[in-house]
Design a protein around this ligand. Sequence first.
Ligand SMILES: Nc1ncnc2c1ncn2[C@@H]1O[C@H](COP(=O)(O)OP(=O)(O)OP(=O)(O)O)[C@@H](O)[C@H]1O
Length: 635
Amino acid sequence: MTETETHQEIIEKSWYRCESYGLSHGTQPDFGDIREGEVSALVDRHQNLVHTTENEVLPYYENILSNSSCLIVLADNTGHVLNTWGASRFRGRGHHGLVPGHQWQEMGVGTNAIGTALATGQPVQVSRDEHFLRANRYMVGAASPIYDTQKEMIGVLDISSDAYLPQDHTLGMVKLMSLSVENQLIYAAFQQDHYVLTFSTNISGLDSHWAGMLVLDDRGIVVSANRRAWVLLAHDLALMNIENIFGCSFRELSQQPPNVPLTLRVFERYRMWVRVQPPLAPPLKIPDFRVQEQTVAAQPTMQPDRSSARAADIPPDVVPFDRLEHGDKQVRLILTQARKIIEKDIPILIRGETGAGKEILVRSLHYHSSRKRSTLVAVNCASIPTELVESELFGYEKGAFTGASAKGSIGLIRRAHGGTLFLDEIGEMPLHVQARLLRVLQERVVVPLGSSETFPVDIRLVSATNRDLKAEVDQGQFREDLYYRISGLNIELPALRNRADKGRLIHYVYERLQAESGEPLPMSQTVHDLLLRHPWPGNMRQLVNVLKIAHAMADGQQLQPDDLPADFYDDMTRRSAGPVSAATPTAAPAVDTTDDLATTILNLYTQTGGNVSRTARLAGVSRNTVYKYVRRQRD
Ligand SMILES: Nc1ncnc2c1ncn2[C@@H]1O[C@H](COP(=O)(O)OP(=O)(O)OP(=O)(O)O)[C@@H](O)[C@H]1O
């Protein structure tokens, strides 16, 4: 939505969308069909958000809300209701659909406050006749999205009622409540060991949810900020030094008593009231140059896990360590080794085919290490243009070269200070950059481009490659001394097709996907067999993509072979025509056993109504092979 859009335009656009979804005014709402057991798993995954709303925000509105007949609804960012509070009269109308587990996206329910706020990313009020479906026209709703510090929408807060709601008042209140949830999430994540600076144009605003909020580490670097701060300061705040914002030294600011606000000029212009709250507990270590915390309001998307870290705490891009392996002894061994080594000052080099899960492994390793509170900086050396690799990695002084930012840059290596640096596709690093990296690893200091100053760094280094680096050393394309520096522990992550736990791993990935989409879908035995037999040249990445496509194609029905994409079968045909891949000389045969193949072919043959050509195409075998197995079955 653009800022200039009127309310009427927002509603009209939403109605258009509803028409394009094939809805008509008489359509009955479709709230999705999440099963009862899954509702509690859904709520569990968002317990931080639910808890914060219930305990930190709603009590402040109790007086106002207790006299009205409205219902407060919290939904996640897919429109699933997580919880409701308030009017029992309204709540009593069981048919209204505002109950945990029901999904309020426009696609199923038409224009409505939650769904339209989700679709536009903006607060919106939808009055009775503005609902697209007649079935919803008994109510009025006002909803406002909730964002995390990465500006990702994590949920929606809504006030709905079947009685009259004063429009401005209710929309204003729900906006304020969503800001309040955002602020509370930031507080909860940082107040223990960070400085929290609040600022506002007037002194009374300091206590309101409209105040800007900056989270500072103990050097005065901004590590997080609320949405108001971005609006009020209109600046890229990440990693800025507070001195550059308020023109006042961090020492001075941090020594200011928390209950005595002061006025300062922002960017040497506007005056603001500022208050600084020191950490509740003094920091144990001195972090440096941290990027924005990923833990704030992170939305875990996985099933409850068995690991020591609670699933609800694990960010969505981290696979719990004990879910990386599901019964493959080789993988278990390398995981055990890597977990021990990451705690020592020994670099790890991971070799593995593309998409085998190298980065996922590193994220999990970092997250389960003692450095989890510090930053993991993942750099794909192949994706940075050659001429920029050096400045990106090592940083630069202001004005170090034409086109350099006026502020200078600290570079990715220093960003990982106190944490982990992951250099993916290290084989792609140009030779002159390799020499510079070697010096950093030997001397443990970074010298930015155009500078003579040295900055000490404390990093754990993990590198990854899908090339044979030893061979590259022999050919003079990779420095031998660097090779030995980065390969303290050398591990090989096997290709998916060669993993002994392939079946269980496939199921785990599928379970994650179902949990993410909130739409459970059984998988037919034939699909399961086909997945097991596939050569997976793109490994885990390809598996995830294939499953996502199949899940979308299945339309809520059991996954069938026809739901799998065409190139999935192309791979199988290619494999049956020749060796799996030249890059995997040690590859085990992709077909697990002849029995599996026979079962798959016979199942497909039955499902296609005895169509030999389709069976051959779906199974990735020749027509003769199909005849052979069918005949064998008959005899
Ligand atoms: N153990 C796992 N469990 C669930 N999903 C996984 C796992 N490993 C990998 N994936 C999925 O596969 C995708 C690719 O994994 P990842 O990026 O770690 O591969 P990679 O080996 O680093 O690839 P490349 O060599 O291309 O950089 C991930 O985004 C994730 O979706």
